[in-house]
Ligand binder design. Structure first.
Ligand code: ADP
Length: 257
């Protein structure tokens, strides 16, 4: 068993939660951002580590992609969002955000470990880690070497080809990482005219799978054009305020974990 990394002495992180998905495009980064803004609104100190190194999208949705994380001998200072969430992402460290990261797995895995040990996170109630999609190298390194309190698995109805979700859940089990639950994103679309729920990607199976795998079902998030708009404009922090009903419920469920 590999020894878990110790956090550097200047940081005090109470809970570390990684957000995982079986494949890309299901909204893992979006859900990470929503969990972060919800907990932040509830008064908790929150940080996001963007470990999706080759496809980082966290800085963009928070509108901080034009800022740069600065370092000194004491470590790297995360960039702080409009509402006070601390973020670190490779995109905040490289010169041009559109440069591709053409690194091999071990180098990426090392960088991610340094995001934990060498960033001045300060006091945090929650550090959320946005993992790359799938069950590859980086997720393995994080589960092996960082002191995770648990993972949240994000899926979408079409992704609920059971096999893909089960792979993520089984990986967590193999690594003895507790699964806090599953969130289904893009679950349905609510017709703005009649309010009827339309299952664009088919009938949800999230509750069935959660039961079968013995994990908790946390929430279903609808497809929402307003969400895409705010994400594209870098204003994701406004979403929670607009959809407070949904977010309130969502936050309470995460906090009960
Ligand atoms: P992943 O991290 O899984 O690759 P993203 O979070 O980057 O996925 O989301 C992929 C795209 O889908 C983004 O353009 C995002 O704005 C959009 N998206 C995510 N969740 C929703 C939602 N609930 N409603 C509408 N669009 C969404």
């Amino acid at each position: 068993m590999i020894e878990k990394e110790k956090t550097n002495e200047k940081t005090n992180i109470k809970k570390v939660i990684a957000i995982m998905s079986g494949k890309g495009g299901v909204g893992k980064s979006s859900v990470t951002s929503l969990v972060a803004t919800t907990l932040n609104e509830k008064g908790y100190k929150v940080g996001i580590m963007d470990a999706d190194i080759t496809g980082p999208s966290i800085p963009k949705v928070f509108g901080i992609n034009n800022k740069r994380a600065k370092g000194n001998d004491a470590g790297i200072n995360p960039v702080i969002t409009h509402t006070g969430i601390k973020v670190i992402s490779l995109n905040l460290l490289i010169d041009k955000e559109d440069s591709p990261v053409v690194w091999r797995g071990p180098l990426i895995a090392n960088t991610v470990k340094q995001f934990y040990t060498e960033v001045n996170w300060g006091d945090l109630d929650y550090l959320l880690i946005d993992l790359p999609p799938g069950t590859g190298d980086v997720s393995l390194t994080i589960m092996q070497s960082l002191p995770l309190d648990g993972i949240i698995v994000v899926s979408s109805p079409q992704d609920l080809v059971k096999l893909i979700v089960k792979k993520s859940l089984n990986m967590a089990k193999m690594m003895n990482t507790p699964v806090l639950g599953i969130i289904e994103n893009m679950s349905y679309f609510k017709c703005p005219e009649c309010g009827k729920k339309i299952n664009i990607f088919g009938e949800s199976k999230v509750e069935e799978i959660a039961e079968e795998m013995g994990v908790d079902y946390i929430a279903s998030i609808p497809i929402d054009p307003e969400f895409v708009e705010l994400s594209d404009e870098g204003k994701i922090e406004l979403y929670g305020k607009i959809k407070y009903g949904l977010m309130e419920d969502f936050g309470d469920k995460i906090l009960s974990k």
